[in-house]
Design a protein around this ligand. Structure first.
Ligand SMILES: O=C(O)CCC(=O)C(=O)O
Ligand SMILES: [Fe+2]
Length: 215
């Protein structure tokens, strides 16, 4: 009779999540272009637009929820936090995918992600978010930053609004410009990588941004 040292539980390897883990370990960021299907992105974009048109967004502030300050010379986007418990159908689907990723990360990398927070963001033409780090002086729980772009298929690289990641290297740093293509998801280490949103030159830049946090 053989004794089992470990409980056998169903584990299905997920190639997209494995790619995220490998990229995060190698380079502190991951870019995934097929995290959501085209239909899911379309639904999330419509959901953002309905909430935006209902005038629920507010000017984004710097600092955390308890220490907010609006400074348009630093960031000019409009945001609306998404409440998972009261989410619209599209938002519930969004969170089910996020929760699935979190369960996988916790299980395979012991990341200890216990909380999350996500908001819609709209960057009108002319707005930007200056170089910053996503952690606050009084709160270091943010481990991974995650941005999901909801622009439509007609989004042009010439619209600007790139996410620029500043990657430390032997000689100093290297700037990586990422075009906010529809359906693209960028995940990076909140406490390590400084980044900025370059000015939007045309159109409106739409996204969901959030953080996976430890307790
Ligand atoms: O929208 C992006 O690409 C990044 C947004 C960002 O850096 C933030 O909200 O902290
Ligand atoms: Fe940020």
């Amino acid at each position: 009779m053989s004794t089992q040292l470990f409980e056998q539980v169903d584990f299905v390897e997920n190639t997209v999540y494995e790619q995220v883990i490998t990229s995060l370990l190698d380079q502190k960021y991951a870019i995934v272009d097929d995290f959501f299907t085209a239909e899911e992105i379309e639904e999330l974009r419509q959901s953002l637009k309905m909430v935006y048109e209902a005038d629920c967004f507010k000017k984004a502030a710097i600092g955390n929820k308890f220490n907010e300050e609006i400074d348009k010379s630093i960031r000019g986007d409009f945001i609306k936090w998404i409440n998972e418990a009261e989410g619209r159908a599209e938002e519930c689907l969004f969170f089910s995918k996020i929760n699935d990723l979190v369960a996988y990360l916790n299980r395979t990398c012991f990341l200890g992600i216990l909380q999350k927070e996500f908001h819609y963001a709209v960057y009108p033409k002319g707005t930007f978010y200056k170089r910053h780090l996503d952690t606050f002086q009084n709160d270091s729980r943010r481990k991974l930053s995650m941005v999901c772009y909801l622009n439509d298929a007609s989004w042009l690289a010439s619209n600007g609004g790139e996410l620029t990641l500043y990657l430390p290297d032997e000689t100093g740093e290297q700037a990586l410009d990422i075009i906010p293509r529809p359906g693209r998801v960028v995940i990076f280490e909140s406490q390590i990588l400084e980044h900025e949103v370059k000015p939007v030159l045309n159109s409106e830049r739409l996204s969901i941004t959030g953080w996976l946090k430890t307790r």
